[in-house]
Write a protein that binds this ligand. Sequence first.
Ligand code: NAD
Ligand code: ZN
Ligand code: ZN
Length: 362
Amino acid sequence: VIRCRAAVAWAAGKPLSVEEVEVAPPKAGEVRIKIVATGICRTDDHVLEGCFPNVDFPVIPGHEGAGIVESLGEGVTSVKPGDKVIPLCLPQCGKCSFCLNPESNYCVKCHVSEPQNLLPDKTSRFTCKGKPIHHFLWVSTFAEYTVIPEYALAKIDAAAPLDKVCLLGCGFPTGYGAAINTAKVKPGSTCAVFGVGGVGLSVVMGCKAAGAARIIAVDINKDKFAKAKELGATDCISPRDFKKPIQEVLTEMTGHGVDYSFEVIGHADTMTAALASCNMNTGVCVIVGVPASGSVISIDPMLLLWGRTWKGTLLGGWKMRDSIPKLVSSYLEKKINSDLLITHTLPIAKVNEGFQLLRAGK
Ligand code: NAD
Ligand code: ZN
Ligand code: ZN
C-alpha cells in the first residue's frame, strides 16, 4: 500500500480537499501509476457540481493526466515499471464489437456501460480516513498514485514531457478530433466554434490543420479571442454584441451558414444555436460540450429535414489506445502544439485555485 496525496471531493458542491490517501496494490489486469501531471477539464468541474447522477461521492476526480508505471497486477504484459503512460478515460479492450468496428471509438467494457465509479470488479483501491473513495472514469488523476485497468492505458514515447502531454489525455484530442475525425472538415470550408476554452481552442487547431479557410470563434468571454486568433481563428464574435440571435449573425456573415459548427460549452441553447448556424443542406453540427444530465432540447424538425447532420463526439472519435501514442509522437515532431493551451501550472495543494481560474475564464 502506498500513502500519498490526492484531491478528494467528499460531497457535491464542496471544494476539493487535499488528503493523505492509501492506494492499494493493483489486482490482476491492473496497473499502479505515479501521476506526474494532470490538466483540469471542465468535466471535472461538472463532477464537483454534482451534475452526474452516476458519480458517487466521495470521489477522486481528474482524467487528463500523464504518469509512470509503478507496479503491475498479475497478467499485465503491455507495460512495465518505468514506462511513461497516459491514462485513458475511454478504454479500448480491443475485443468488443465496438473496438472491432473501425468506425467506432467507444468500448463496451468501459465505465459508461456499467454506471458505477469503482474499478471493473466493483471495488476501490483508494481509502482515506478509513473510508473507501470512489474512482472517476477509472483514472482518478488527481491522486499522486492511481490504479487503472491495463486496457485503459496508452504507453507513450519515453521522451515525452509528462507535464505537457497530459493534455493529450482529454481536452486536446477531443477538440482536435472533433474537427478531423467527427466532422471531417474539408479544405477551404467555413467553421464556427461555440466556446473557445481549452477544448474549443483545440477544435480551432483541428479546423486549421484540416485546411478550413474561415474559422469563426464564438464566445461571451472576449479575453479568449487573442489565443483563438493565434491558433487559427479568422473572426471572433461575442453573442452579447448583437441584438439578433447568433445563428442569424453567422448566417449573414457566411451567406447560407457555416459548413461545420461545433458546440464546445455544454448548454442546450447553444447546441440549438450551433445546429441552426450550419447550412441547411450539407451543414454538419458536432456537439462536444457535456450537457447537465437531464437536459432536453426541442427543435423544429425542419432544421434536419433539409439535410443538415447533427452528431456528437466522444473524445474526438479517436480509438484511444491506438491513437494517443501517435498524437504524442506528432507532438514530439512539433506537428501539433498543445503547449499553447497551458495557462497556469500549480502544485496539487493549490488544486482549488486551479478550479477558481477555470470558473473565472482564465
Ligand atoms: P471551458 O469552461 O474552458 O470553456 C467553455 C467556454 O465557453 C468558455 O470560454 C466560456 O466563456 C464559453 N461560454 C460559456 N457560455 C457561453 C455562451 N452562452 N456562448 C458562448 N460561449 C460561452 O471548458 P472546456 O474545458 O473547454 O470544456 C468545454 C466542454 O467540453 C465542457 O462541457 C466539457 O465537459 C466538454 N468536454 C467534452 C468531451 C467529449 O468527449 N465530448 C471531452 C472533454 C470535455
Ligand atoms: Zn475531459
Ligand atoms: Zn472494447
